[in-house]
Design a protein around this ligand. Sequence first.
Ligand code: ASP
Length: 476
Amino acid sequence: SGTSDMKKYWVNEVKDKVGETVELFGWVNVRRDHGKIIFIDLRDRSGIVQLVFTPKDGELYKLAESLRPEFVVSVKGEVVVRPKGMENEDIETGKVEVKVADMKILAESETPPFPLDTPGHEIDEELRLKFRYLDLRRERLKKNLILRHKVNKFIRDYLHARGFIEIETPILTKSTPEGARDYVVPSRIQQGKFYALPQSPQQYKQLLMVAGVERYFQLPRCFRDEDTRGDRQPEFTQLDLEMSFTDKEEILNLTESLYTEMVKAVAPEKKITKIPFPRLTYKEVTEKYGTDKPDLREDKNDPNELAFLFVVDFPMFEKKDDGSIGATHHPFTSPKDEKGNLITRDSIEWMKKEPLKVLAEQYDFVLNGYEIAGGSIRIHDPEVLSAVFEVLGHDKKDIEKKFGHMLTAFKYGVPPHGGIAPGIDRFVSILANEPNIREVIAFPKTGDARDPMMDSPSEIDKGQLEELGLQIKKKK
Ligand code: ASP
């Protein structure tokens, strides 16, 4: 920092700075008074170092006496070797300590509502989420955030090196069918109209292929208003990617090498059960395991085993509970016949007649019993796309209204294309051996979709409602 030649360090860096006078910033982790000597464990993001104060420090000693846990301080002092027998093997800086010559209290702190020096599993989650900024100070969650950062960075570097460009797509958009309910946002300027938050950037990424981008990715947030069964979040993060002039083989190989390399780089303690990742058809996998996302770990008690597999050749359509026909993935997926040939204009009639026999050039990516990605080779012939919408029970007008923009775009030289979208949250939670994805999201929602810290969702005032032309019905 500015004024002197003194160097500002991360706390952990002082372990090899013996003899240097350093400047450190951080939080009081604990204070220990040993007879007349005061020891402070100073904590920053990198770790902990011991500070020492003795009565002959005068005013400074008095200041040290006033320190409480979580006070924020800056200190200057000399790094010295700890006396023999006083080393602490539990921390990286355990062989040294800092003899403080100057200290400033930058902020005081009330006593936190729960301990921060434990993994925190024992604490009521509602309380943890209400004080998430404190909860995130604990070692376990800090590690999770850093691991997630490493995953994101690895993905970016890996794909940049392979000619992908990172492009942001809108959050205020129109419904894209991924099979869930949309979150909607009322428009003030176009009163009575609504944006939908994207369930995924599916249509945008396909339109980027029409735009000639050829290799796209981003790490978008996706929004699905589902009943919060199990371990779900209203918003989650994907690695969304799409390529032109590609096929299933290329996309699966890319995914496989990305994940193999990534695990080596960010979680080297993990062992992958089988490389290359097994590729099983939907039929094989459901017959053999009774599920389309089997857990293929050899030892399910081993926290460091990762069993990846791909499931291919899904049925294109399925009968829904009400008897109507739905898409098993999304309607942009290429249908194929029983021999594996992609449906073309010549085979549209067969597809319409025998929808439940139609397969899809779709693949799922499964890890330890969780589906962590889905993707497909897309339809790029607008006539085949229209036919799929028809099978799904849309009439001509409906198709035009909902998907007219795609059909129009596909009239202007659309390259064959396909992609995949692995979820980030689940993958990181498995790498971190966390029981749920909330532990690897900085600010997650509760099981019933609330944020107790921000108190959202919350009511809006009358004026806002009026501007939007909205009225709230009285609750029954
Ligand atoms: N958009 C799909 C999803 O979110 C993934 C894909 O087909 O690329 O599941």
